[in-house]
Design a protein around this ligand. Structure first.
Ligand code: HXC
Ligand code: NAP
Length: 282
């Protein structure tokens, strides 16, 4: 038996107050780590940190801002005395026909996903290199980074950028002992993703029918992979983008089937209603 240990490690999880970030944080703590989670909503990160227990602390940070990220990560180092890994998990996404997107809508997602990942990686990498410390960056992408995907243009573009960042930094920072990997999850139901990306029960039924495994991913399955990648069991594992999707990606990009099966104008109406249900509600 070789257990996955993250004993003594301090791990930052952006967007760790909800969904997959929160469940990864939970797994890291079970493996012995201490965890700093962040998000924009103070009540959400505080409640999550409290539920995660004494090994977790919650911080308000907006990853779109370099100043906010610098202040957050400096505070983490001050509070915990070290920083071993960052998980770039914070994201934004929604379904929209690309011809309806405003520049601001495109920018909103790119700034969270791509700029946010750059800010956190740049600060942490700079810290590790300056202090001659090893480091570990884990980025959360999607299965459509190589193919693009209908109705999620801002996310597809931003996540493809994060994939390029992953591969670039893995090579460039290997000699500093900094590993950089990405996980590409298939569908894992979370409140945040489902409210914005699952149009309703009929779509869901069809979506599940098409999945090769006919089931969604379970949070603990993702947590185990993330913990392994951040552990000392994987020192030679860098520059990898690992899908965990039950082979979902092999049937084609996640939302392309909507275009194949439904009327575009009907879809636009559904997307508008989804926008109204989620917009500024957070
Ligand atoms: C079209 C939309 C929109 C929508 C917002 N906008 N929602 N356009 N459809 N559903 C537009 C607004 O009209 C505005 O443009 C611009 O986007 C910015 O909106 P804000 O609300 O001011 O932005 P912000 O507060 O920064 O919110 C970002 C957000 C929001 C992405 C829009 O949904 C959010 O905070 N999301 C965080 C959580 C999240 O998305 N989780 C899901 C991740 S799941 P105008 O022109 O009007 O000013 C994921 C899974 C991928 O990534 C794989 C699939 C399974
Ligand atoms: P989620 O619960 O909505 O998580 C997104 C998190 O990011 C929230 O906690 C949100 O908190 C935070 N966030 C958004 N903008 C931020 C900002 N500017 N600064 C700091 N934090 C910010 O969705 P999820 O499903 O768990 O997604 C987690 C990750 O998995 C994302 O990278 C997503 O793309 C990826 N993913 C998910 C699936 C899936 O099926 N669920 C599939 C593929 C990939 P605030 O709003 O409070 O800031």
């Amino acid at each position: 038996m070789i257990p996955i240990s993250l004993q003594d490690k301090v791990i930052v999880v952006t967007g760790g107050g909800t969904g997959l970030g929160r469940s990864m944080a939970e797994t890291f703590i079970q493996c012995g780590a201490r965890v700093a989670i962040c998000g924009r909503r103070q009540n959400v990160v505080e409640e999550a940190a409290q539920a995660l227990g004494p090994s977790a602390r919650g911080y308000v940070c907006d990853v779109r801002s370099w100043e906010s990220v610098s202040a957050f990560l400096s505070q983490v180092v001050a509070d915990f005395g070290r920083l071993d890994a960052v998980v770039n998990n914070a994201a934004g996404n929604f379904l929209a026909a690309s011809e309806t997107l405003s520049p601001n809508a495109f920018r909103a997602v790119v700034e969270i996903v791509l700029m946010g990942t750059f800010h956190v990686s740049r600060w942490a990498g700079g810290y590790w290199i300056e202090n001659r410390l090893p480091g570990n960056i884990l980025n959360i992408v999607t299965t459509y980074t190589d193919t693009g995907c209908a109705f999620v243009l801002p996310s597809a573009a931003a996540k493809a950028g994060v994939q390029a960042l992953t591969l670039t930094l893995a090579y460039e920072w290997a000699e500093y002992g900094i590993r950089v990997n990405a996980i590409a999850p298939g569908p894992f139901p979370t409140e945040g993703a489902w409210a914005r990306l699952m149009p309703g029960p009929d779509f869901e039924k069809e979506y599940l029918r098409r999945l090769p495994t006919h089931r969604y991913g379970r949070k603990e399955e993702l947590g185990a992979l993330a913990a392994f990648l951040l552990s000392d069991l994987a020192p030679y594992l860098t520059g990898a983008v690992i899908p965990i999707d039950g082979a979902e990606r092999l049937q084609g990009a996640m939302f392309n089937f909507l275009l194949q099966q439904y009327d575009r104008e009907v879809l636009k109406g559904i997307f508008q209603r989804m926008k109204e249900a989620t917009y500024r509600k957070d």
